[in-house]
Write a protein that binds this ligand. Structure first.
Ligand code: BES
Ligand code: ZN
Ligand code: ZN
Length: 497
């Protein structure tokens, strides 16, 4: 999608023009000049029965050749509009443009502004929201997607500084595109997106952005002693991969932040087999890996001043004569031994070795992201990401990032009593499934045992990584949850140092 910024309303051309409709449109910057563009008709239309309700949209034919249609989006009282409202409105606009098969759209940017939302903010939100809203997965139907039309250009009409608006829109576009790539990874089936294929994708990303890339195969994992990842992979005919991407803001690579993602390409549950209804959809069990890769794409594009290492452990979790079983005792990379009580609690195992690996790489801060437990869905629903942390200050910064991106994150407690239950085993240092009560906490808390004293945040996206039905910012399927917030967190840490 090509982004353009234009200040001259009179010579604007597009298949459709998007206008934010608030109670007093005449207070919009440049309104009269703009209205002239339609021979004063705009005024007339806004007095018709258009809905001012937030996100209600009405399309109006203009009988003008250069802008044949206007799409009004309800903004209600513009003074009260938040960034989240505007992002949502643009997400809806994106969906509308997709439905109408629009190739060239324009947005009257200044109609989305108020005292707290500048033209640059609105530009960022427009590019991001429309980018996400127009997402569609290239599926495998033989009747093909070829006939589907994609948005090719978006022109932002504004009276403000064109360069600044353009720069800000570019950032929004990068955010939106990276979310969409993560969505596609989540939507890919497990037979096509194997650990090897995921690693190939990461390798390509590394080449595009100049990341130092390390892809470790089974033999290397064995050599290093990554017994937890290997145990999960034991029943598979597919090789595991440990994917490591380094973004070096400084040559010395001081104090890197580690982004650790769960990359289970399909989770059968193993011998603790999932019921037939619970197994469908488990191709999405690499949502954490997708979030990390999406964030790395943003980081590669925008080059923040912060060292980052991405670590993703990828394998499927299968059953076979070789598979690991309940009662097995395994030795992790950290040296800690683990009693397996449930082979379906495999995510925490691959994360454990990944977190240890990240620490060995010198990570001074760790964020792990994973579709880890059904427990988080029971606790918070499908629209909130659950979090745990061992560091208040680090988490506070993270919540600021989440507030900016509008991704809802809620922290759960992790108490000493919880940790005791994770450490309870007659035969090993830890057990991988202390119980079903509050098990989001046990899942994340288990990973925390490997972070030890390194400032750490755990994000459980089992609910948020996938949407059962279309939502404000996109269609049913992979959502790209946490892509934007992870990248925003890196930006914040770059600013802080
Ligand atoms: N991948 C699942 C978690 C999950 C559930 C993701 C629903 C997306 C939607 C994870 O590996 C798992 O099976 N967790 C178990 C843990 C239990 C055995 C302690 C769960 O949540 O039931
Ligand atoms: Zn599982
Ligand atoms: Zn899983």
């Amino acid at each position: 999608m090509e982004l353009k910024v234009q200040q001259d309303a009179l010579n604007l051309e597009a298949e459709i023009l998007v206008v934010g409709l608030s109670r007093h449109p005449e207070n919009t910057k440049g309104w009269s000049e703009f209205s002239e563009r339609f021979n004063g008709k705009l005024e007339e239309w806004t007095k018709q029965e258009l809905s001012f309700d937030l996100n209600a949209s009405t399309t109006y034919p203009t009988l003008s050749g250069s802008i044949p249609r206007v799409l009004f989006v309800g903004l209600n009282d513009r003074k009260k509009l938040t960034e989240d409202d505007v992002r949502t409105a643009f997400g809806q606009v994106g969906k509308e443009l997709l439905k109408k098969k629009i190739k060239h759209a324009a947005v009257y940017l200044d109609s989305f502004q108020n005292d707290s939302i500048s033209a640059e903010d609105a530009a960022y939100l427009a590019a991001e929201g429309i980018g996400m809203g127009t997402y569609r997965f290239d599926d495998y139907k033989t009747s093909s997607n070829e006939a589907d039309v994609q948005l090719e250009s978006l022109t932002l009409l504004t009276q403000e500084d064109a360069d600044e608006v353009q720069a800000s829109a570019f950032i929004g576009q990068v955010f939106g595109q990276s979310v969409n790539e993560a969505r596609s990874l989540v939507n890919m089936p497990g037979n096509l997106l194997t650990a090897t294929a995921l690693a190939d994708y990461a390798q390509e990303l590394g080449e595009t952005y100049g990341f130092e890339t390390d892809i470790l195969g089974k033999a290397e994992l064995e050599e290093l002693g990554m017994g937890a990842i290997l145990a999960v992979n034991q029943g598979s005919v597919e090789e595991p991969r440990l994917i490591v991407l380094k973004y070096k803001a400084t040559d010395s690579f001081d104090n890197p932040l580690a982004l650790v993602g769960k990359g289970i390409t399909f989770d059968t549950g193993g011998y603790s087999l999932k019921p037939k209804d619970g197994i469908v959809g488990m191709k999405g069990d690499m949502g954490g890996a997708a979030a990390v890769l999406g964030a790395m794409k943003i980081i590669g594009e925008l080059q923040p001043e912060k060292n980052v290492v991405a670590v993703i452990a990828s394998t499927d979790n299968m059953v076979s004569g070789n598979a690991f079983k309940p009662d097995d005792v395994i030795t992790s990379l950290s040296g800690k031994t683990i009693e397996i009580l449930n082979t379906d609690a495999e995510g925490r195992l691959v994360l454990a070795d990944s977190v240890t690996y990240a620490k060995q790489m010198g990570a001074t801060h760790i964020i792990d992201v994973a579709t880890l437990t059904g427990g988080v869905i029971v606790a918070l629903g499908n629209d909130k990401t659950g979090a745990l942390t061992n560091d208040e200050g680090f988490f506070e910064t993270f919540m600021e990032a989440a507030l900016e991106t509008g991704e809802f994150v809620w922290r759960l407690p992790l108490t000493e009593r919880d940790k005791k239950r994770i450490r309870k085993s007659d035969v090993a240092d830890l057990n991988n499934s202390p119980g079903r009560d509050g098990h989001m906490i046990f899942g994340g808390g288990f990973v925390g045992e490997f972070a030890e004293n390194t400032p750490w945040i755990h994000l459980d996206i089992a609910g948020t990584s996938h949407a059962a039905s279309p939502h404000d910012l996109g269609p049913q399927g992979g959502t790209g949850a946490m892509v934007r917030t992870l990248a925003m967190m890196v930006e914040k840490m770059a600013e802080e140092q």
